[in-house]
Design a protein around this ligand. Sequence first.
Ligand code: C2O
Ligand code: CU
Length: 638
Amino acid sequence: MSTSGLVALDLIVAVVAAAAWLGAGVAAASGRARSVPPLFAVALLVTFVRVGTVVTLAGSGWWFVQEKATVALPLLGAAALAAVVIAGPRLRAVRSPAVVVPLLTAGYATVAGVVVTFLVGYPASLSVGLIAAALVGAAAFMTWRLVAPATPAWRMEIGGAATLAVGVAGVSLAFAPFGGQSGFGGLGGSDRFDAGGGPAGTHRGDGGTAVTALTGPAGPDSGGTVRRYTLTARTTTVALASGRRITAWAFNGQVPGPPITATQGDLVEVTLRNADIGKGVTLHWHGYDVPSAEDGAPGLTQDAVRPGQQFVYRFRAAQTGTYWYHTHEASALGVRMGLYGSVVVTPRAQPPRGVDLTVPVHTFAGSAVVGDPGRPATRRVPPGAPVRLRLINTDSAPRRLTLTGTSYRLVAVDGTNLNQPGPLSRVALALAPGGRYDVVFTMPPGPVALLVGDRAAGGLRLSPDGAAAAAVPSTAGWPELDLTRYGRPAPTPFGGQSRFDRRFTLVLDRGLALSNGLPRYAYTVNGRAFPRVPTELVRRGDLVEMTVVNRGFDTHPWHLHGHHVLVLSKNGHPATGSPLWMDTFDVRPGDVWRVAFRADNPGLWMNHCHNLAHAAQGMALHLAYEGVTTPFHGAHGG
Ligand code: C2O
Ligand code: CU
C-alpha cells in the first residue's frame, strides 16, 4: 500500500477505535449491559490494529508517525490499559463509574491523538503531549463528576488541581517561544535546523553583503547583444476565444505578457512599470538562476513596485531553454489574473529551424487554455517539419498532458536538456505548477493534438491544413511517465553518495501555526508557517542535500529560487534515468524526495510551494547565504 494510502487507513482505524471506545462507554452509561462486552472487544481489537498501522507507516519514514508514536499511541495505550484493568473485570456492572469512566476516557484519548495529528502534526513536542494528556485527564474528570455525583469535594479539588497543573505546564512549554517544537530532543530530526538560524526576517545587520549589491552584469558577453524590454502592468479586460470578456492584470495589455527571448550570452534588461496594480508587482524569473538582487522576491530582494513606480532588472542569458516570468507580489492572485509570460533562451550556435511553439497552460474562467486565450489553438504545420513544443504550467495545480497522433521525445525538463531521451507514445506527462517540458517530434502527415487533463476540448491542435482534428482518441487510460527512469544516466558533479556540507529536511503538512501574528490552520513546513519557518543557512560552495516530505493530502510543487536541484531519489528509489535537474517538482501525498544542489549563487532566496495559495498560507521559507543581509522587511515573500 502507498504511504498516502497508509496515512488514510491509519486515520480510519483511529476513528473506528474512538467510535468503539466511546460507544462502549455510552452503552455502559445508558445501562445497555449486553452491548458493552462486544463493543469493548471491538475497541481493544481496533486499538491493536492501530498499533499495526502506525508501525507499518513508520516504514515509510519517521516523519509520517512521529506524533503518533510519541503522543497518540502512548495516550491511547495508557487509557486502553486502564480500561482493561479497571473496567474489564466488571463489564456487567453497567452504570458504575468504574466501567463508564475508563471506557469513555479511552475514547477521549483516541480522539486526542487524531486532533494532535491534524492540528500539530510533525514534529509534536513534549508540551503537545502534556497538553493532550491534560485535556484527556480533564475530560475524564468531568465524566467522573457527571456519573458519580456523590464524590467528596476534596477529591474533586485534587483532581482539578492536578489537571490544571499539567495543562499549565504544557501550555507554557508550548508558547516558549511558540512551539518549542524540538521538545523531544531532536527525536523528530528538527535539530537539523539549528544551522538555519532564526526565522525569516532575521538576515539583517550591518556587516556582510547587502542583497541589493548582488546585481546583474553591466553588459553582454562578447558577441552578445542587449535585449531591452519594457513591461507595464495594468488592469485590463481580455477576450477569450469563446467571446467572453474577463478582467485581467496584464503586461502591456496582453495575457500572457510579451514573450522574452534571447540568445545565450545576451544581456536581458527589463524595465518593469506598474500603472495601476494596487497590490504592487515584481518580476520573478522562474527557473532562471539570476543574481539575487534581480530575483524579484518582494520584501527580500526588493520592495514591490507600486503604481507609478518602476524597477529595472538585468541579467545575463547564461542558461538556454524554457523558463517563465511572473509577479511575486501577492502572487497567488497576480499570476492567476495574468501577470506572467515566457522566457526562452536559444543556444548561440544553433539557428532555429522548424516550428518552435511556446505553450503556457493557464486557467481562465475555470478552464485550462494553452497560449493566447483569445486565439483558437490551431496551427498549420507542414508534414516533415521539426516541431518543438515548450510546455509551461503557469497554474497552481499539476497538469496531466498527453500528445496524440505522434510519438515524441521529452528533451528538456525545467530548461535543462535530458540525456538520450527515448521515444514516447501513449504516455501522459505530469507537469508541476511552474515546471516546463520541451517535447520534440517530426510533424506526421496527420493531425497532432496536445490535450490538457485528457479533455478533448481545448488544448492545442497541429495539422497540415490548419483545421482542428475532428476526433481525438481518449487518453484517459494512458500511464504516467516516470521521469526518474527516463533517458540514460550521465556523469553529474555530485550524487547520492556525495559528502554533503548541509542537510535539510522539509516536512510539508497542514496545522495550527502562527502566520503574520495570527494563529491559523496553515500550510506548514516542519510544523511552522512563513515567516516563522527557520531559514536554511548555507555558505557559498556548500553541497546541500534537501529532503522534502509530504505528510498531507495535497500535492506540493516545491520550488527553490536561484538554483537547480539534482534529483537523487524519490520514495527511496534512486533516480536511474537521465540526470534530472529541476527547479520545481511535485511532491505528492506520501512522497519523499531527496534532491541536492551546489550553493553557487550567493544571496537570499525564497524556497516555497508553487501552489501559490499554499505559499501565501505559510508554506514558504528562505535559503540564505551566510553574510548576506537585506534592507527590506524580510518577512514577506508575496
Ligand atoms: Cu515561480 Cu517563487 O516562484
Ligand atoms: Cu503546496
